[in-house]
Each structure stands twice: as structure tokens, then as C-alpha cells.
Ligand binder design. Structure first.
Ligand code: SF4
Ligand code: SF4
Length: 122
């Protein structure tokens, strides 16, 4: 099914999600991509998020000027992923269909503000 969203017109909202969980396979793929040992990649790119309800290995973030923070692999000027070929599975699957809720929201707000570049606070 053809996607009904255009990531090139979006400032990368999904990459600002606070908990982007990765698997061991994802970490191995990132390690290969950067030519690093797996344990170095795990520590450099991810950290363990553990609460009474969750135990996940998640991508580290960096500060961002649009969202509060964003994935460390995101290019904040170009607004795109810098490891696209090696991105984790969850990034490949998102938004789990041919519609992205945030993109719909963005389009709606841009039409109402009559401003193609408007970015609503999420
Ligand atoms: S939030 Fe939606 S439109 Fe924006 S980059 Fe992510 S998938 Fe693409
Ligand atoms: S790895 Fe790439 S696609 Fe996935 S959250 Fe980070 S910047 Fe976004």
C-alpha cells in the first residue's frame, strides 16, 4: 500500500520518541555499520531502561531545537536519519501502515495556519 505521508516534509517527530527500543540484532547491525565491536556499539549508542514495568535497551538521544530531544543518529539540520541502511527494526516498521498520525496532524495545522513550514508543538 502506498504511504499517505511524506517524511521529507516532516521534522522527524517519530525519531524524538523517548524510548526507541532496540534488539541485540539491531545493535549488531549498527556495530557492523560503524565497524565497531558489539559491546562498544551497545554502550555508545544505547542504554538500559529499567523500571518495574519495563526492561529495554533504548537508543541514546541528543538535544534538539524543535523537539526536546531526538535520537543521537538524527541529523538536526537536514532532519533525517544518518544510519538509514542500518536503522533498527522498529524504525523500519513505523508507522505500522500507510498512514502516520503525526503527519496528518502536521498537514492539518499547516493548512489551517496557511504556512507550509509550520511545526506545531507535539
Ligand atoms: S512522524 Fe511520520 S511523517 Fe514524520 S518522519 Fe516519522 S513516519 Fe515520517
Ligand atoms: S535510528 Fe534513524 S530512524 Fe531510527 S530513531 Fe534514530 S534517526 Fe530515527
Amino acid at each position: 500500500m502506498k504511504p499517505r505521508y511524506d517524511c521529507s516534509k516532516c521534522p522527524g517527530y517519530c525519531c524524538s520518541h523517548g524510548r526507541i527500543a532496540v534488539s541485540d540484532y539491531d545493535i549488531r547491525r549498527l556495530a557492523r555499520h560503524f565497524g565497531l565491536p558489539e559491546d562498544v556499539a551497545r554502550k555508545r549508542f544505547t542504554y538500559r531502561y529499567k523500571t518495574k514495568d519495563a526492561d529495554e535497551q533504548i537508543l541514546r538521544h541528543q538535544k534538539d531545537h524543535i523537539y526536546k530531544s531526538i535520537c543521537r543518529f538524527f541529523d538536526k539540520d537536514e532532519r533525517r536519519c544518518t544510519v538509514y541502511a542500518a536503522r533498527p527494526n522498529v524504525c523500519r516498521r513505523y508507522p505500522y501502515g500507510n498512514v502516520c498520525g503525526y503527519y496528518g496532524f502536521l498537514k492539518f495545522e499547516r493548512a489551517h495556519q496557511d504556512d507550509e513550514d509550520f511545526i506545531p508543538s507535539a
